[in-house]
Design a protein around this ligand. Structure first.
Ligand SMILES: [Zn+2]
Length: 288
C-alpha cells in the first residue's frame, strides 16, 4: 500500500478525446492509485464530469463551468486536437443546479481568454461578454461555497493583460478562493495572485525546453501553494509532446517541480496531494 498518490487536479476524461478507449485510460489511472478532477468547459462536458464523479466516487471529482472560448464560435488551434468551439449562452440556473450535484468540488474552468479571438466580433464586445459571464461564475462559486478553477490565456501582444484583467475582476468581486490553472505568466503576476490568497498550478508546459522563464515561477511559488495537473488531452509533457495527454503523465510535471526546487519527488507528491485535498476539500478515500 502506498501512502501517497498523485492527484491530477485538472484533466478532461470527460472530453470526447477519450470516447474510444475511456475504460483503458480510466483503469490505468485508477490502478495507479491516482485521483483526478475533470473540469467541464460547457453544459455537456460539465454534465459528463458529474456523471464520472458519481460513477467513481472518491476517485474522480467534477468541476462545472462555461469556458470563455465557448461564448462565441471560435476555431481553436490546439496543437494536438484542433476543434471548433460551440457557442453557448450561460444559463446561471442550469449551472447552479449542476453545482449542487454530488461529486462537484469546484466551479471551473472559467475565466478570461484573449488568445482565441472570435471572428467578426469587436474586441470590446467579446471582452465585456467574458467579464460578465466570469462574474456570474464568481457569484455561483460564492453562493455554493466552492473554490474556482481559473483559466487565463493572454494574447501574444500583451502577455500580462488577461491575467491583470482576471485579477481585477476577482478583486472587485472579493473572491480569492481559486487556483490559477496552467500558469504560464511571470513571477510578478504569480506574486500578485499568491499575495491575494490564490493557488497556482502547473502543467507539462514546464517540461518544454523553451519554458526556461516559467521555471523561475516554479521556483518562486511556495510548496504549500502549488498544485500539478496535466490538462489532458492537451499539453502532453515533453516525453510525449504532440500526442494525446493523460492523467498518468502528471508524474512528469511533479518530477520537473522536484528537479527545479531541488527536493525529493516524494515530497512533491505528498505536498501537492495534501494541497489538492485541502483546497478542493476532497474526500479522496484511502489510496490503494
Ligand atoms: Zn482544461
Amino acid at each position: 500500500m502506498k501512502n501517497t498518490m498523485l492527484i491530477d487536479t485538472h484533466c478532461h476524461l470527460n472530453f470526447s478525446a477519450y470516447k474510444d478507449d475511456f475504460d483503458d485510460v480510466e483503469k490505468r489511472t485508477l490502478d495507479a492509485g491516482m485521483r483526478i478532477i475533470n473540469p467541464g468547459s460547457q453544459n455537456t462536458t460539465s454534465k459528463r464530469a458529474i456523471d464520472l464523479a458519481q460513477k467513481y466516487p472518491g476517485k474522480m471529482f467534477a468541476a462545472v463551468a462555461l469556458h470563455p472560448i465557448h461564448l462565441h464560435e471560435t476555431y481553436v488551434d490546439e496543437v494536438e486536437i484542433p476543434f471548433k468551439s460551440r457557442e453557448e449562452n450561460f444559463d446561471p440556473a442550469y449551472y447552479d443546479s449542476l453545482a449542487q450535484e454530488k461529486g462537484v468540488v469546484a466551479i471551473g474552468e472559467c475565466g478570461i481568454d484573449y488568445f482565441h479571438v472570435p471572428e467578426g466580433v469587436e474586441e470590446v464586445e467579446f471582452k465585456n461578454k467574458q467579464k460578465e459571464v466570469f462574474l456570474k461564475h464568481i457569484e455561483l462559486a460564492s453562493k455554493r461555497n466552492l473554490p474556482m478553477i481559473l483559466h487565463c490565456r493572454p494574447s501574444k501582444q500583451e502577455p500580462q493583460g488577461a491575467y491583470r484583467d482576471m485579477f481585477a475582476i476577482l478583486q472587485h468581486a472579493g473572491y480569492s478562493r481559486g487556483v490559477v490553472h496552467c500558469f504560464i505568466s511571470d513571477v510578478e503576476i504569480a506574486r500578485m495572485f499568491l499575495e491575494a490568497g490564490f493557488m497556482i498550478s502547473f502543467t507539462g508546459i514546464i517540461t518544454f525546453p523553451n519554458a526556461k522563464s516559467l521555471l523561475d515561477v516554479v521556483k518562486f511559488v511556495p510548496l504549500d501553494r502549488l498544485m500539478v495537473e496535466t490538462d489532458a488531452p492537451y499539453l502532453a509533457p515533453q516525453q510525449f509532446r504532440g500526442k494525446r495527454n493523460e492523467p498518468l503523465y502528471v508524474k512528469y510535471v511533479a518530477e520537473k517541480v522536484a528537479e527545479v526546487k531541488g527536493v525529493g519527488y516524494e515530497d512533491i507528491e505528498r505536498q501537492t496531494t495534501a494541497n489538492a485535498i485541502r483546497f478542493f476539500n476532497l474526500d479522496a478515500g484511502n489510496p490503494s
